[in-house]
Design a protein around this ligand. Structure first.
Ligand SMILES: [Zn+2]
Length: 158
């Protein structure tokens, strides 16, 4: 396992469309392990593969609910309600902004065994799912910020 370098805003890889994962390989397994390690090292609650320079549709999330979520080729299939709150991103260090997201989402994805599952998330988990899935389509939260980006020492970043 290794902590990988996080790409930061301005790096063109963050604005590209990621490719679906076709099969689980040792490389992909290692990537997922490294993504978790990189996320924890940086006190994040989520990380998407393009943030470590890999254009694959892979997301890892840990919002401290006792689960480590791996979402491969995720697709948000339902959204409900809305929540407005502060959001940050490991690729936009030292900044945060107010973003409105669905209160609840359902996402369909493959797990590490390439088996399909549906995950329902509310509150922070819903926010993390939306934020990370957007990374896979080259979108950063900064384009959704209401008002100004703020400087922060906030440690919870995605
Ligand atoms: Zn992010």
């Amino acid at each position: 396992m290794a902590v990988r370098t996080i790409r930061v805003i301005g790096d063109e890889i963050l604005y590209k469309e990621c490719k679906p994962v076709k099969e689980m390989t040792q490389r992909v397994e290692e990537l997922i392990e490294d993504m978790f390690e990189t996320m924890y090292e940086n006190n994040g609650v989520g990380l998407a593969a393009p943030q470590v320079g890999i254009l694959k549709q892979i997301v890892v999330i840990d919002v401290d609910d006792g689960n480590q979520y791996v979402l491969i080729n995720p697709e948000i299939i339902e959204e409900e309600g809305s929540q407005t709150g502060q959001e940050g991103c490991l690729s936009v260090p030292g900044k945060a902004g107010i973003v409105t997201r669905p209160q609840k989402v359902k996402v369909k994805a493959l797990d590490e065994n390439m088996e399909e599952f549906v995950l329902e998330g509310e509150d922070l988990l819903a926010r993390a799912i939306c934020h990370e899935c957007a990374h896979l389509h080259g979108q950063l939260y900064v384009s959704l910020v209401e008002g100004e980006l703020m400087d922060t020492t906030e440690e919870v970043e995605e």
